[in-house]
Design a protein around this ligand. Structure first.
Ligand code: FAD
Ligand code: ZN
Length: 488
């Protein structure tokens, strides 16, 4: 039986005899240590981080160089073998899960973990795709520079995955998304050619800026093998505040006030409902409530600059006093040292992990609206859900300063799986229809993967989808790159 590619109608090789021969050839490229087919070894590569999606793969291949990636892709192109690039497998929308229907080969980039070069004068570093984000941050710090991309999964996600999802995280407010932090990339194209676009230039208007096609493409256009990243001066002073606010309106006014005073020195401004904090305290060992009494909403903010001593912290303390006088802040704590700051951030960053530990049905919505509309969106979402779905709780947190909320809804008790699927669909439609009214995004930072392919069709402008298909077909006419993801 032959499977047909999504784009050309050409048969995609997928049957075991064909695949076994192909796997033998791939093994010759990477050696016995670089390939495995044993189901127990494949297991971590065929399930997503949340444990929601499960697929199947013919093999996992672990190349060590871009040349090996190119040789692997060439064979896959020739034999029409589908491929799934995989980084740290921490993605939130099933984009790494190999589609069992086509039994693809997973290309895991983790062995390509060299930092090739740090250029402190040019404020750039060149890294391979399999570098873990935390190691990149550390290498930048070792050169007295900052690589500002930061997210809860930084200890295991890889820069190739960050690029391919255009990851956001907590410092977007000051430094932008991953897309804004890149000057050049190297990528293996679906025909196996290596495109070396590893330029370290801040100015280069020589035609289409092709790197941006691969950034955020979720592995559907090629495999990123290396990148030139932007570095920044490292702030010598930091200040972290955990604040209880009466409601999201107050949080928004507080954001405006602090932004007016501190400008770009605010690197993060995160909103959380009490339900998030309760989840963390329940599921994450060693966490404790930063304040003495519970409050309905919290903001965690981080500031950084180069002022001497405690000047920044003192300035923030004064600003908080003023915010308290104006009833924008009800209670607050300022981290007195780095350890305390880390403990506050741990609460915020453990919310996804804590939510994973909760039984019951949880529907995740990673939405964006314009910053000023966040409070109205939260209100509208809440009243629509209360009206349509009894027993719904909202676990809402996110990057208020970017207009991006993880507006998750939780329904008590476990439903039977068919009822659960229907309920998930209904809840999601209610939320995304409101997002549409606000001219917002139904996927602000996590991407499409397999989780949101239907929503893409429903909510994205048909002309944009048409253009996306044109690009996909031009680069990957046989549809071998991460089939079943993003575009169907
Ligand atoms: P993977 O999950 O392995 O892959 C993601 C996609 O990229 C897949 O489509 C894959 O095929 C493709 N891919 C991977 N490597 C390559 C490559 N070299 N070339 C081409 N395609 C490739 N995301 C945010 O944006 N902001 C957050 O704040 C955030 N917080 C998180 C917190 C937690 C606790 C967790 C678990 C996840 C969080 N995420 C967040 C989601 C996730 O960490 C990011 O999407 C991250 O960028 C994925 O990196 P990865 O290496 O795990 O990629
Ligand atoms: Zn996020």
């Amino acid at each position: 039986m032959a499977f047909f590619s999504l784009y050309s109608g050409m048969p995609i090789a997928s049957h075991s005899t064909l695949r076994a021969a192909t796997i033998g050839r791939l093994g010759e490229i990477v050696g016995p240590q670089g390939i495995f087919t044993d189901p127990a070894e494949l297991e971590p590569y065929v399930v997503d981080w949340r444990g929601i999606y499960r697929g199947a793969a013919a093999a996992v291949v672990r190349p060590a160089t871009a040349e090996q990636v190119a040789a692997i892709v060439k064979i896959c192109a020739e034999t029409k073998t589908p491929l799934v690039p995989q980084g740290g497998n921490t993605g939130m929308c099933g984009a790494t899960v190999p589609d069992a229907k086509v039994n693809p080969v997973v290309i895991a980039l983790g062995r390509m973990n060299r930092i090739r070069n740090v250029d402190a004068l040019n404020n750039t570093m060149t890294v391979e795709a399999g570098c873990v984000l935390a190691n990149i941050q550390q290498a930048a710090a070792d050169a007295d520079r900052l690589f500002p991309l930061s997210l809860g999964a930084e200890g295991s996600c890889q820069i190739g995955g960050n690029l391919s999802t255009n990851a956001g995280g907590v410092n977007v407010l000051r430094y932008g998304n991953t897309r804004d932090l890149v000057l050049g990339i190297e990528a293996v194209l679906p025909d196996g050619r290596i495109w070396n676009g590893l330029r370290s230039l801040r100015k280069d208007n020589t035609g289409y800026d092709l790197k941006h096609l691969f950034i955020g493409a979720e592995g559907t256009l090629g495999i990123i093998t290396a990148a030139v990243l932007k570095l920044f001066p490292r702030p010598s002073a930091n200040a972290t505040a955990w604040m209880a606010v009466p409601d999201p309106d107050a949080a928004l006014r507080l954001f405006s006030l602090l932004r007016q005073q501190f400008g770009d020195r605010i690197t993060a401004f995160e909103l959380m409902s009490r339900a998030c904090v309760d989840l963390v305290l329940k599921h994450i060992p060693g966490t404790r409530d930063p304040l003495n009494t519970p409050h309905p909403w919290y903001v965690l903010t981080e500031l950084g600059d180069s002022s001497p001593g405690d000047a920044l912290r003192n300035e923030l303390a004064l600003a908080l006093e003023k915010a308290m006088e104006n009833s924008l802040v009800v209670d607050a704590t300022l981290a007195e040292n780095q350890g305390r700051s880390k403990a506050l951030w741990r609460i915020r960053e453990s919310i996804p992990e804590a939510a994973r530990g909760e039984a019951g049905m949880l529907y995740r919505h990673d939405i964006a609206v314009s910053v000023g509309e966040i409070p109205a969106f939260i209100r509208d979402g809440q009243s629509a859900l209360e009206k349509h779905f009894k027993g719904t709780h909202i676990i809402c947190f996110g990057h208020l300063g970017d207009g991006n909320l993880h507006y998750n809804t939780y329904v008590e008790g476990r439903l039977r799986s068919d009822a659960a699927a229907r309920a998930a669909n209904d809840v999601t439609t209610v939320i995304y229809d409101i997002v549409k009214q606000y001219k917002g995004s139904f996927s602000a930072e996590h991407g499409i993967g397999i989780a949101k392919v239907e929503e893409l069709k429903r909510y994205k402008d048909p002309i944009e989808i048409d253009l996306m298909r044109t690009v996909k077909h031009a680069l990957d006419p046989d549809g071998i790159m991460n089939p079943g993801k993003v575009l169907l």
